[in-house]
Write a protein that binds this ligand. Structure first.
Ligand code: PHE
Length: 500
């Protein structure tokens, strides 16, 4: 009676004289994957326990098999020579036994001393022969190995035998071994309770180790994950988020309000994307009243052109047209300027931040894109000092897990003093530049109408850099743009910067 494989295994195990039962001998014609399937199901019911054994076995090649069937090349040559009365012409041999057999077999038959040359003929030398190649191959066909290592190596070299991986299973009885596979219920039903069948029914145990099925779903981009971490840090520290929906700004907000002279290299076409249609903005207006900000506009011009509020100015003819040109914002400090200008209406301590996209006309390479994201913070308060800024940076970056900071004097047109911030990155084992910062210049703030004793600190960093370090991405194009691998986006874990 044909029974299913699990039942066959149980029966074989019950009658097996030697334990463990080895699958390759008990079920030689069943594929390993099928045996494994049956064993897994039996093992989950604790009816058997098994282990997998990988081994290498020797199997005959097609040529090896043909030698087992018909004899070796040298034996064929010997036979052909024996049959030919009065010797066999050498040139006749290939016609009788085939070219390959003639070539390989002749040499071997000479070496074995089975035949010899007589003029242009081959004649028999040994009265009888023993075809040991054939015997060796027979042994291998039966046992999948050969007791003599050299023989095996030689046959492999002659391409008569190859080694193959075979998987078999050593099977032992399990704790719940039985000859019948008992069907285990997976659900307790109302009927079982009503009839009382539940008392004797076998239930399949829960598999708490089973992995859940993968549910396809949306995934946050790594930049968004790091962004949300930064936002949490800012909110924790009492910051308000600035509106960042203006990708296009006038030169006025992007540069002039920040005391960036109109000849500054950053304003060059090489560094800044200018908008062609429309190419110019209206004069800056108050968001709420719609009135042109004439006084502020004039202050900015004077600060640049003649100097004001204690500043000598740059002393060049400041051009309105240049200030009205529309640009893709090159930094989010344009927004900080607009927010500080608003703050001047009702001055008081304030903390603002933003995280959004900025644009620079850069040559795209492994670490630079023409657009990236800036993390920016601004703190306004009375009588702040550089020490406050440094102290704040230590707390801020500390929350990101960067505890060693160094500050290097730097230059920004809008801050004095300015500092580059370097952090020691434990993972990379080196100091990396992590931000730019400074104390906004009085001629910038006073032009807005902020009180003289109000100081404003600002700093900025890219969102890409910490993200690349966090996710070990060395080419920015793997993070942003059309080359991004969606699998990478889906598979990456969320970030807790302070826990890393
Ligand atoms: N705007 C600067 C940058 O793009 C960052 C910064 C903001 C520096 C505010 C000082 C003050 O790198």
């Amino acid at each position: 009676m044909a029974t299913d494989l699990p039942t066959q295994i149980l029966h074989a195990l019950d009658t097996a004289s030697a334990l463990p039962l080895v699958s390759s001998t008990a079920f030689p014609n069943v594929e390993a994957t099928v045996v494994k399937g049956a064993l897994d199901s039996l093992q989950s019911k604790e009816m058997v326990v098994y282990e997998t054994v990988d081994r290498e076995v020797a199997v005959l090649t097609e040529e090896g098999q043909s030698i087992v069937n018909d004899g070796s090349h040298e034996a064929k040559v010997y036979e052909a020579v024996c049959k030919a009365v009065g010797g066999l012409k050498i040139s006749e041999l290939p016609k009788l036994v085939g070219a390959n057999t003639a070539k390989v077999g002749q040499g071997k038959a000479f070496k074995e001393g089975w035949i010899k040359k007589d003029g242009d003929k081959l004649v028999k030398k040994a009265t009888s022969i023993k075809d040991s190649s054939r015997d060796q191959l027979r042994t291998i066909a039966e046992t999948h190995t050969h007791p003599e290592k050299e023989v095996l190596a030689d046959l492999k070299k002659r391409k008569l035998v190859i080694m193959q991986k075979r998987i078999s299973f050593k099977i032992n009885k399990g704790a719940k071994f039985a000859l019948q596979v008992v069907k285990e219920e997976t659900d307790l039903t109302a009927e079982m309770i009503a009839s009382g069948a539940w008392k004797t029914q076998k239930f399949k145990p829960y598999n708490f180790a089973a992995l859940g099925a993968h549910t396809p779903s949306g995934a946050l981009h790594p930049l968004n994950k790091v962004r949300s971490e930064f936002r949490n840090i800012f909110f924790e520290m009492g910051f308000t988020e600035m509106p960042t929906n203006r990708f296009v700004e006038s030169g006025f907000w992007n540069f002039d309000t920040l005391f960036v002279p109109q000849q500054h290299p950053a304003r060059d076409l090489q560094d800044t994307f200018y908008i062609s249609d429309p190419a110019v903005a209206d004069k800056p207006r108050d968001d709420e009243t719609g009135e042109t900000l004439t006084e502020y506009w004039n202050n900015v011009r004077e600060v640049h052109q003649e100097g004001k509020f204690g500043s000598l100015g740059y002393r060049y003819p400041w051009k309105e047209d240049e200030s009205l040109r529309l640009v893709l914002r090159t930094h989010t400090t344009a927004i900080s300027a607009a927010m500080l200008h608003k703050l001047a209406k009702n001055p008081g301590p304030a903390r603002y931040f933003s995280i959004d996209r900025v644009f620079r006309n850069e040559t795209v390479d492994a670490t630079h894109l023409a657009e990236f994201h800036q993390v920016e913070g601004v703190i306004a308060d009375y009588n702040l000092t550089l020490g406050d800024l440094i102290g704040f940076m230590r707390t801020f970056f500390g929350k990101m897990g960067v505890h060693q900071l160094r500050f290097k004097p730097a230059y920004n047109p809008y801050t004095e003093p300015s500092m580059e911030i370097f952090g020691y990155h434990e993972g990379l084992g080196k100091w990396v530049e992590i931000g730019n910062s400074g104390q906004f210049r009085p001629e910038m703030l006073e032009a807005m109408g902020l009180p003289k004793d109000m100081r404003v600190h600002g700093w900025g960093l890219s969102l890409e850099r910490p993200t690349m370090i966090r996710y070990k991405v060395s080419n920015i194009r793997e993070l942003l743009g059309h080359k991004v691998d969606l699998g990478f986006v889906e598979a990456n874990a969320a970030v807790r910067l302070d826990r890393e």
